[in-house]
Design a protein around this ligand. Structure first.
Ligand code: DX5
Ligand code: ZN
Length: 225
């Protein structure tokens, strides 16, 4: 199964969000990655449930809300009400992680936990069986357009091995610094979902870029790349 491409709207033109989401959807994106930032957990502020609800109206693709916010437990339901199918919270700030994961799942959404680049996989030890996906940050959160932190690729391989060894359903997503140049290498780690922002929305033809990347992912899955 090819990894799904998850364009991150953080790098889109916020004045043309509907149009550009249409471009990535037409290009074969599997989900829309919505980066939520509160200016506390990260030094940036982006969008909230209201914009998420607006995005919901313009696409049928699953919305993958990545909460880079303090006290995420306070907002997970608001994003689900806004239409998010997937909600991920950072282990570094989720004081009641098991309860928050339970809340997300109880509301019918997929629950994800996020690890910053320096947070070890061991931090997932007691929650891995309870989550639907793990989001591995391959950049330090806060901004698009950064360079992929390469040791995270080993982390992805390690997590893939753990999930298979323990027979878990958990899917793996990687986020940050993924471009057409490193896409084959990233996909070859065995991740299920790949976020890419500036490498897609920063190009002249968003739909064509998306199509190219989706074709590469199909090739990796078939062993052609
Ligand atoms: C960073 C975000 C990422 C980012 C990815 O805090 O979580 O999703 O938008 O953008 P690129 O692909 O440009 O690194
Ligand atoms: Zn993200």
């Amino acid at each position: 199964m090819a990894a799904a491409l998850a364009p991150s709207v953080l790098s889109a033109d916020f004045a043309r969000l509907g149009e550009q989401i249409g471009d990535v959807a037409a290009g074969g994106a599997g989900l829309i990655h919505v980066d939520v930032m509160d200016g506390h957990f990260v030094n940036n502020i982006t969008l909230g449930p209201a914009v998420t609800a607006a995005i919901r109206k313009v696409t049928d693709l699953p919305l993958d809300c990545h909460l880079m916010i303090e006290n995420p437990e306070r907002f997970v339901e608001a994003f689900i009400d806004a239409g998010a199918e997937m909600v991920s919270v950072h282990v570094e700030v989720a004081r009641h992680l098991h309860g928050t994961v339970q809340t997300i799942r109880k509301r019918g959404a997929k629950a994800g936990v996020v690890l910053n680049p320096a947070t070890p996989i061991s931090a997932l030890q007691d929650i891995l069986p309870d989550v639907d996906f793990v989001l591995l940050m391959s950049v330090n959160p806060g901004f698009g357009g950064q360079t992929l932190i390469r040791p995270v690729l080993d982390k992805a391989r390690q997590l893939r091995a753990m999930v298979e060894r323990d027979g878990l359903e958990c899917r793996i997503e990687i986020d940050g610094g993924v471009t057409e140049d490193n896409l084959v290498e990233v996909a070859s780690t065995g991740v299920d979902m790949i976020v890419s922002g500036s490498a897609i929305f920063g190009t002249a033809d968003i739909r064509a870029t998306t199509e190219r990347m989706v074709r590469v992912l199909a090739g990796v899955a078939e062993g052609r790349a």
